[in-house]
Design a binder for this molecule. Structure first.
Ligand code: AMP
Ligand code: MG
Length: 499
């Protein structure tokens, strides 16, 4: 297959002729509102992801063209697109919030690609019937954060929605101050959320609930369609996928920040990047979202909140499942799925191939050590790979991260004892650990530097950061600075729900 979408005669396809299909639009009209995006003044290209483009048969070069900039701003609409905004509801911060919906997202339809169809959605393309108090817009700052983090998470092998490109416009948007607008084109096989189901449950509309569930099962979980109760199977499978996704978050120190049920993907993908953060100085109680004063979505709480959200989905699916016991059984999939996945990921992070009963103690002692010393999460695991089993005198790279060297030495002695039971040598173990412990993650300060340059119309840092984050496990010696601890000025950085 060629990298670029080409017509039969071999010429690249123009944006207006993109061969959209519209499977979501084939659902009854109750599920969405058909509408047109609202154009932005004189849009310009900000960034594109070549890897995401490849998933829909496009290239980054295609996306830089004026016709693509116009389409992915919402200023022109491809002939075969059927633009719409979907309705959903949700629990926000544990409280039923009623109807929400795509307040600033417009789905164009789906494009075929090597890994199956991908829906393309314009985030920030204008008001919709679900905008409530919002203006339907997204600012450049938050669009860059969503773009970079989506693609960074994909490179970390974490289930996520993707980001195809960002366009910008000097048209002003009011937040705490006036900022400029942007549109981020997101991609996923589906943007259906837990809240899409809750919507029909709380409106007491079992027919719509069933229509939506059948659509999701037949389109995205066809292997479940023949089960004795496919809706119970759906709940169990979504619970399993959600548990796995959150185990991946914990293992890499990712905090989502707004795990409301309207931000939980029915496909188990990380969805809606807002005030997210990557753990730096370790604190299990860390809250990345300045708006989340109670810490409901702190690092330590994420696994149980994931389960809570699955309960909300289970409640919504109950009329289809029919029996409380069956729903509870499906939800019971979550905890063992999380435990098994985090165990697997922690073994890999520590370079352990064998699984021993007392390994959980080694992990617990490690987290207690990190908590007591507030060592940088990413640097700790990356440098732990350099440890040589029989040469503690060479521990400086990791040991020097600790002010309390004795605390590290105590844990490292137990770790060494455990490593001696393994058969791999230091070199092979380090290679394996480097393949799972990233050197580069999207630290807030790195995003901030790229944002501030972009706000002055220099988009080069966005592209550079994307290129680095596409290879998070490589050493990239020329980019050593991007693995550094946050500078002092970054301690004042706050991210909130404002975007
Ligand atoms: P979020 O917390 O970003 O997932 O958003 C929660 C709800 O608010 C969703 O229904 C969004 O579509 C909506 N929303 C957020 N920002 C805006 C905005 N600027 N304009 C319209 N709706 C918005
Ligand atoms: Mg959302």
């Amino acid at each position: 297959m060629s990298a670029s979408l080409a017509t039969a005669t071999g010429t690249a396809i123009t944006a207006i002729d993109l061969p959209f299909e519209n499977s979501f639009a084939e659902l009854p009209p109750a599920f969405y509102t058909r509408l047109m995006p609202t154009p932005l003044r004189e849009p310009y290209f900000v960034a594109a992801s070549a890897r995401a483009a490849q998933l829909v048969g496009l290239t980054a070069a295609d996306l830089a063209g004026d016709d693509y900039v116009a389409v992915f701003t919402g200023n022109t609409v491809p002939t075969r697109a059927a633009p719409l905004s979907a309705v959903y509801s949700g629990h926000q911060f544990g409280v039923w919030a009623g109807q929400l919906g795509d307040g600033r997202a417009i789905l164009l339809g789906e494009l075929a690609g090597p890994q199956g169809p991908m829906e393309l959605q314009l985030k920030g393309a204008g008001m919709t019937p679900y905008s409530r108090m919002g203006d339907g817009r997204a600012v450049l700052r938050s669009s860059i954060r969503e773009f970079l983090c989506s693609e960074a998470m994909a490179a970390l092998n974490i289930p996520t929605t993707r980001a195809l490109m960002i366009t910008g416009s000097d048209q002003g948007v009011m937040r705490e101050t006036v900022e400029t607008s942007a549109v981020c084109t997101r991609m996923a096989p589906s943007f259906v959320r837990f809240g899409s189901f809750e919507h029909w449950f709380y409106r007491d509309k079992p027919e719509q609930l069933r229509t939506l569930a059948d659509y999701v099962i037949n389109t995205f979980y066809p292997e479940l369609a023949g089960d004795s109760n496919p809706y119970t199977s759906l709940l169990a499978e979504v619970s399993r996928r959600t548990a796995h996704m959150i185990a991946h978050w914990q293992a890499v120190g990712f905090m989502h920040g707004v795990m409301n049920t309207d931000n939980m993907s029915i496909l188990g993908l990380t969805l809606d990047y807002g005030p997210f953060g990557f753990m730096e100085a370790f604190d299990s109680q860390h809250i990345c979202n300045h708006t989340d004063q109670q810490g409901r979505y702190s690092y330590a709480n994420q696994p149980q909140i994931g389960h809570w959200n699955c309960f909300a989905l289970g409640q919504a699916l109950l009329p289809l499942i029919g029996s409380l016991e069956d729903a509870q059984e499906a939800l019971a999939v979550y905890e063992p799925a999380f435990a098994a996945k985090i165990d697997e990921l922690l073994h890999a992070k520590l370079g352990l191939e064998l699984v021993r009963d007392d390994d959980h103690q080694l992990f617990a002692d490690m987290f207690a050590l990190l908590q007591a010393t507030h060592v940088d999460f990413t640097q700790f695991f990356r440098r732990l790979g350099m440890l040589q089993v029989e040469q503690p005198e060479l521990d400086a790279p990791v040991r020097d991260l600790f002010i309390d060297r004795d605390a590290f030495d105590t844990w490292a002695a137990a770790y060494r004892t455990r490593l001696r039971m393994e058969s791999r040598n230091d070199i092979a173990r380090r290679r394996a650990m480097d393949g799972v412990n990233p050197k580069y993650v999207l630290r807030n300060y790195l995003a901030q530097v790229a944002i501030e340059k972009a706000q002055k119309k220099d988009f080069s840092e966005v592209a550079k950061l994307l290129a680095i984050l596409e290879h998070p496990f490589d050493e990239q010696h020329e980019h050593e600075a991007y693995a550094a601890l946050p500078p002092d000025w970054a301690s004042h950085l706050e991210v909130s729900c404002s975007s």
